[in-house]
Design a protein around this ligand. Sequence first.
Ligand code: 13P
Ligand code: SF4
Length: 307
Amino acid sequence: MGKLRLNGIIDRIRTLRDERDAVILAHYYVDGLVQDAADYVGDSYYLSRVAMESPHKVIVFAGVRFMAESAKILSPEKTVIMPDTSAGCPMAHMISEKDIMEVRNRHDDLSVVCYINSTAKIKALSDVCVTSSNAVKVISRISSRYILFVPDKNLGSYVAGFFPDKSFILIDGFCPTHNLITADAVRDLLSDHPEAKVLSHPECPREVLEISDYIGSTSGIIYEAAGSKNDTFIICTEEGVKHQLKKDNPSKTFLFPKSTPICPDMKKITLENLEDSMKNMRDPIEIDEELRQRALIPLLKMHEMAG
Ligand code: 13P
Ligand code: SF4
């Protein structure tokens, strides 16, 4: 996009934002141009907190549906819109209500912990929500012996390693983008760049995490790279984080595993649909009130326990 056209669309987005009394939130995986147009950019937990505490009437979520839905559950009085309402997280649909009820019926001393990457219906059946940045902290405050962790088996098995006294029950959910990152692809990069530090998101498979120097959320990875004395990093997460990594560390090198990890849903968000969604205030998120109240409990618990 040419500079003039880019400035024009950014100006129109800012004008619409002010007219609508809106705040624009963007996840690190969306296109860099959209990140630059946003008021806040962050990981899932940070954005959920910003949305909850925002004084604005409208929240524009440049991310995927579970993020916008969580904002609406926490702030029903606000209008929550998305630039492209078809942007979803496939992992959120890898668990059914029946799967949860079956495990609940089998164990008494059980807590259901759901990753925020889940539908409102799954949240409503859960005891507490977590994100990758607070899962260990939140679970450390749960006394139950059994933890049903849904839907991400990779994050679940990573977190389980911190709690040898608990029994984790995992299901077969995964992020299609992170799950494709292989330890061999990381080793290939390491053979050419033996000095590189490997920074990984816990949605990656266990074999990738085992050869990582740091494991954390998108924000965690960004802070780690900025604070490190190293110059070269192998980044095992969605390539959208490169935008912030390069802004913070222009002289450092960031390498991504072969067949660069890209989340097709996050990439549905563009400056054009961001502008259009605000112009037309189309398809605001609606959630049945009874469902919202049930899904609110685990989300509020996460904010209390992680705060
Ligand atoms: P975080 O930004 O919380 O690390 O989440 C990653 C993710 O996959 C969001 O969909
Ligand atoms: Fe879902 Fe993975 Fe895309 Fe995140 S990166 S929204 S977990 S598919």
